[in-house]
Ligand binder design. Structure first.
Ligand SMILES: C[S@@+](CC[C@H](N)C(=O)[O-])C[C@H]1O[C@@H](n2cnc3c(N)ncnc32)[C@H](O)[C@@H]1O
Length: 221
């Protein structure tokens, strides 16, 4: 059984959550550090992020890791999240753009235009068909050699954190709003090895919540 929030329900949830999003995502910092360490940033001229929330990761990337001319586009269904991210990222001026999107996994971005595509804790909300659409569009919008960098909830294992995720998944199935609609998604098995080369995969636990981090580059041709 796979329960997902509708796009309308997810939008209403994140619009209402507002700044509370930052408190909820404290466990994400360790996965962000892992993702940053595993992604080549020096050659990135244009980055796109799906579901950036309040722009926590983007602020770190733009301040400390991406070049001074690198542009960043955030695509989020929640107007409140876009406003909070715009506020947080104001200092980066025209390098930053925030836009609405349909929420169906598609990326309103031209073909072969992007060096880095980021999605943290947002594929966890998408339906299987929206994830498939996202991955197809990721291959369309990235330049050859471009990187896809994803972090999300990790499936449970036999550990304390694994037990937490088993309970989390049960809650997500019964009352998805209680966990922001998020559930662990196994992404690697959805990546076509003819299209993607996985360059990093790992698991990191913070605050008792396990996350998985995956970086893959788009094969040339
Ligand atoms: C759990 S939060 C993660 C925020 C941020 N990426 C992070 O790691 O802290 C999910 C974010 O994705 C947005 N979102 C939810 N469903 C979405 C969809 N179908 N398409 C685009 N954004 C979506 C939400 O508005 C929210 O900003």
């Amino acid at each position: 059984m796979d329960t997902v929030l509708s796009v309308e329900a997810a939008r209403a949830h994140y619009d209402a959550l507002g700044q509370g999003q930052d408190r909820e995502m404290r466990y994400a910092e360790a996965a962000f550090s892992r993702l940053i360490g595993a992604t080549g940033m020096s050659e990135v001229g244009s980055a796109v992020e799906l579901g950036p929330g309040t722009g926590m990761l983007a602020a770190r990337l733009l301040r400390d890791h991406l070049g001074p001319d690198t542009t960043w586009l955030g695509l989020d269904i929640s107007q409140k999240m876009r406003e909070l991210a715009a506020e947080r990222l104001r200092a980066f001026g025209e390098r930053v753009r925030l836009e609405d999107c349909e929420g169906d996994g598609r990326l309103p971005v031209p073909d072969s235009s992007t060096d880095l595509l980021i999605a943290t804790y947002v594929l966890d909300l998408l339906s299987p068909s929206a994830i498939a659409r996202f991955l197809a569009d990721a291959a369309r919008v990235l330049k050859p050699g471009g990187q896809l960098a994803v972090a999300g909830l990790a499936p449970g294992t036999f550990s304390h954190a694994g037990l937490t995720m088993t309970i989390w998944t049960m809650v997500q199935r019964l009352a998805p709003r209680m966990v922001g609609g998020c559930r662990p998604v196994r992404l690697e098995q959805r990546l076509d090895p003819q299209v993607w080369q996985v360059t990093h995969r790992s698991r990191v636990t913070a605050g008792g919540i396990p996350s998985s981090v995956l970086v893959a580059s788009l094969r040339d041709g």
